[in-house]
Write a protein that binds this ligand. Structure first.
Ligand SMILES: Cc1ncc(COP(=O)(O)O)c(C=O)c1O
Length: 385
């Protein structure tokens, strides 16, 4: 019991929280603790300041037209109040208009689009009481010695099918993939699509790193506007799918978030239209490309091998690193990274143990620091393996 104003209220003790919810929270925290752990490890590094190459924290601003649109939206009375549950009319219309040509069919903005708070994560499956089976992407044998492409990582379709049981409801796919940047081939997508049809499964296609995907009637596609527009703090994304699939998404979004930020949605309408009009997508792709090339150069100088990234993530092989015995890893000489094992399910963690994830979403100052820190690592990298 506690006093809140004049009212006595019951504050549940942790033990009073239903077991199932405790279990989900525990599993989620255990899985996701890496983000907090990296933060703490970076803070305790003897080499300061550390450069955070691990997380997707973008240390430069979204385009000016987007910032201006957000500022303007804050002056509008309507924008500052609850947005409709499924998203502002204008944003859904804009999404339908811009994405219909990519899907090759007319999207209905009223019943086939739901604006969400960012793109969805796997933890909602756990919250709903679902069980997740992870099917790993396996590295090519040559990865230890040479630089390879993320597309060379492979998915065993037979292994995927073997994991399907009579209880399976959905296949969750991330394409293009974080962190490999792998874009699944038409034949891989067709095989996955065929499994969905054969076993009557929904395909949840997480496409936060791309603007287009395949969209058979079994597919729900998630897109992240905050990622597309370099504004990850805004928490605006959306889901596209046929009405029967979108209805449960709307119901879930209603109870989880109710609606997403109104001013950010208004700004995204302008952002999407201006990005199209000004050809900003290619400007942005070129900008990301330049950042990738800069990090590639710095990594090449260390002699480490890594996955050549089609998007802004790097998967770096750490086999060649010989750290002094007493050196506590991580962070690697003042460089915070994400261990590769975090991207695998419990049964396949070993596949990711010899890799770390770096991101190229840094500013010039961030790169300068990264270059200095990578130079400290160089003497510990073996030339031959
Ligand atoms: C594959 C993938 N899906 C979803 C997200 C989250 O997107 P949002 O910030 O829009 O929630 C991320 C962020 O890193 C991601 O990499």
């Amino acid at each position: 019991m506690s006093n809140y104003g004049n009212e006595e209220i019951n504050i549940p003790t942790p033990a009073a929280v239903p077991r199932k919810i405790q279990a989900v929270a525990k599993a989620t925290i255990a899985d996701d603790n890496v983000w907090q752990w990296i933060h703490d490890a970076a803070a305790s590094s003897p080499i300061q300041p550390t450069v955070n190459l691990g997380t997707g924290f973008i240390d430069h601003n979204p385009p000016e037209f987007l910032i201006e649109a957000h500022k303007k939206a804050l002056d509008s009375v309507d924008s500052n109040q609850y947005a409709p549950v499924t998203g502002s009319d204008l944003l859904r219309q804009t999404i339908a208009e811009l994405y219909s040509p990519l899907y090759g069919r007319q999207l209905n903005p009223v019943i086939e689009v739901c604006v969400t708070s960012g793109a969805q994560y796997i933890y909602q499956i756990k919250m709903a009481g679902g069980t997740t089976r992870y099917i790993p992407l396996r590295p090519p044998k040559s990865q230890q010695k040479t630089r390879v492409s993320g597309n060379d990582w492979s998915l065993d379709i037979a292994e995927l099918e073997a994991a399907i049981t009579s209880k399976t409801k959905m296949i969750y796919l991330n394409n293009p993939h974080n962190p490999l940047g792998k874009v699944f081939t038409v034949s891989e997508l067709t095989a996955i699509g065929n499994l969905c049809v054969k076993h009557r499964l929904i395909l949840l296609s997480n496409e936060v790193y791309e603007r287009i995907g395949c969209n058979p009637s079994h597919t729900l596609t998630t897109v992240s506007l905050d990622k597309l527009l370099n504004a990850t703090g805004w928490r605006v994304g959306f889901v596209i799918g046929y009405e029967a699939l979108i209805q449960p998404v709307i119901a879930t979004h209603l109870v989880l978030a109710y609606s997403s930020s109104g001013p950010a949605q208004d700004a995204c309408v302008v952002g999407l239209r201006e990005a199209e009009k000004r050809g900003w997508w290619s400007v942005s792709a070129e900008d990301v490309g330049a950042r990738i090339r800069r990090l590639c150069r710095a990594l090449d100088e260390t002699g480490l091998t890594y996955v050549a990234p089609p998007n802004a993530w790097f998967v770096v092989n750490i086999d060649k690193i010989n750290l002094p015995k007493e050196y506590k890893y991580p962070p690697l000489f003042g460089i915070a990274s994400i261990p590769g094992s975090c991207f695998y399910g419990p049964d396949h963690k070993a596949l990711g143990e010899r890799y770390v994830r770096f991101g190229a979403c840094k500013s010039d100052a961030g790169f300068e620091l990264a270059e200095q820190r990578l130079a400290l690592l160089r003497p510990h990298v073996s030339v031959s393996l």
